[in-house]
Every structure is written in structure tokens, then in C-alpha cells.
Design a protein around this ligand. Structure first.
Ligand SMILES: [Zn+2]
Ligand SMILES: [Zn+2]
Ligand SMILES: [Zn+2]
Length: 270
């Protein structure tokens, strides 16, 4: 199974759009893996996670032909994860000869409601419910509630294919019923991708995101229930400029924990 990180920043990107802080200045100077666009990932070559406004550039940079994407999972309704306008480009004269005629979109209610009952052409939208597994293609996907948007639904995703992964962005420290679900299901994770928006800046459990201390506590809990083992590949991802997401700094911090640091274009085989 393969996960490609297409974008690895929080909403403001890195360097941030209008920012002149020391980290952003350094990132502009260094370039390379220090340039981070808005959050998006691709599982194998047919399951896309999230649709930020950077999707077009992600496809160009990674040699992805958009019409071959068959499934689209949306985590939540924040604009850096879901840019609805781009879904309205799946019919002539904007698109011809598509190899996937109908794109299957799976999303929480807050995203579903954004369509206002007017669904794009050649797009089929499926409403997901927390803890209710859906099956499509070679995947079994279980939406688990993210602790991210007060009073609005956001999901992290348990994705089972040839292997098993948990894509956990954007979320604070996991809800107790999420830990309980993972424990009861007996799932063994081959890979986990953790929200690291704040990096080393302390954040309360209900802060909507995580940093190193929160991630450590989630991983320890999951290790205690054997969902995470020594075999599990742990990645951190979704960084804000406030925490200094220069790649070399993050790698220095993450190495003692045995975690890997995502960057735009990073391909993970597991
Ligand atoms: Zn985000
Ligand atoms: Zn900045
Ligand atoms: Zn968000």
C-alpha cells in the first residue's frame, strides 16, 4: 500500500501567505522540503484524501492525472481541506474523455451540507456516519470523529486495504469512544499519520490540533492496546509556521521518538 503526501501544511501554508516571521523567511530562502502546501494525500493511485485549492498544483507536481482518481474522502469542511468549486470541472467543456466517469465522494454531514442539494455533474456524493464502515473498490473505510470543529462533524479515517492505516488530521487528542472503537475492533496499524500542527507549542487536548506531547500520548495509548506496535510506521504531518516546520528541525525533533516527518511529495510504502 502506498500513501503520497501531496500537501503537508495547515491552512496558511508554509511559508505562510502573508507572513514575515523568521521561520517563513528561512523557508523561502531554503526552498525544497521546506515549502509546504495545503493538506492532501493520495492512497495508492485512486483514493484521494481532501480537496484543497492546491489540488491542481499537487497533480502537476506529482504526475497525477485527475480523471484516474476514483474515490475522494473529505475529512471536514474547512476551506484548506475542501474547495468545492474544483468539483464542478468534471464535465465538458472543462473535462473530456475521463477514464473515471463518476467520481465517488465520501464526506461528513458538514461537507455534504455545503453542496446545498446541488451536486456537481459526474460526481456521486455519499454521506458518512461516524463508526459506520463503508466499502468501495479495494478499501474498507471507517470514519471516526475528530476532535476539531466544535459543534460540527469532522472525521479521521481508518483505511483498510492490502494494509491498515489511520489518517488523523485535523484532530486534537482522540475522543474516548475513538480509542474504545480502535481497541474493540482489534485493529493493528501498519501506518499512522498524526496531526502535528503545533509541533512543540503546548496545546490542550481539545485544542483542535496536536503537537509532539499530544501525539506521544495518543501513540502510547494505541501502543497499550496493541493497535500500534514496533512494526507501525508513524508519520507526523499538517504543520503550521508558528511551530517552525523547517524539515531539518522537525526531523531532529522526531528522530528520538522514531517518527518520520512528512513533506510535500513524500511517498510512503508500507
Ligand atoms: Zn487543516
Ligand atoms: Zn510565518
Ligand atoms: Zn481544519
Amino acid at each position: 500500500m502506498q500513501l503520497t503526501y501531496l500537501g503537508t501544511a495547515a491552512s496558511e501554508c508554509f511559508p505562510a501567505l502573508f507572513c514575515h516571521c523568521e521561520y517563513c523567511q528561512e523557508a523561502r530562502k531554503l526552498g525544497g522540503r521546506n515549502i509546504r502546501t495545503r493538506s492532501q494525500a493520495l492512497v495508492n493511485d485512486d483514493l484521494l484524501i481532501d480537496l484543497p485549492a492546491d489540488t491542481y498544483w499537487h497533480f502537476i507536481q506529482n504526475g497525477i492525472e485527475g480523471d484516474t482518481i476514483r474515490y475522494l474522502l473529505i475529512t471536514h469542511a474547512h476551506e484548506d481541506h475542501f474547495y468545492l468549486d474544483d468539483l464542478h470541472l468534471r464535465f465538458p467543456p472543462y473535462a473530456h474523455d475521463m477514464r473515471t466517469q463518476t467520481l465517488q465522494v465520501y464526506c461528513p454531514k458538514t461537507v455534504y451540507d455545503l453542496f446545498g442539494g446541488r451536486f456537481p455533474i459526474n460526481v456521486e456524493v455519499h454521506l458518512l456516519e461516524p463508526f459506520k464502515t463503508v466499502t468501495f473498490g479495494t478499501y474498507r473505510v471507517t470514519p471516526l470523529p475528530a476532535r476539531h470543529m466544535p459543534q460540527a462533524e469532522a472525521f479521521i479515517y481508518l483505511i483498510e486495504g492490502e494494509k491498515t492505516m489511520l489518517y488523523a488530521h485535523d484532530t486534537g487528542y482522540f475522543f474516548e469512544d475513538v480509542f474504545a472503537y480502535i481497541e474493540q475492533s482489534g485493529v493493528r496499524l501498519d501506518m499512522i499519520s498524526m496531526d502535528c500542527t503545533n509541533v512543540l507549542i503546548p496545546l490542550p487536548d481539545d485544542g483542535g490540533h496536536m503537537g509532539f506531547p499530544n501525539i506521544k500520548r495518543v501513540i502510547d495509548r494505541l501502543r497499550g492496546m496493541k493497535a500500534v506496535t514496533d512494526h507501525t510506521v508513524v508519520y507526523i504531518n499538517h504543520f503550521s509556521h508558528n511551530g517552525n516546520p523547517l524539515q531539518s528541525f522537525l526531523e531532529e525533533q522526531a528522530t528520538p521518538y522514531g517518527w518520520q516527518v512528512a513533506y510535500d511529495g513524500c511517498r510512503v510504502q508500507f
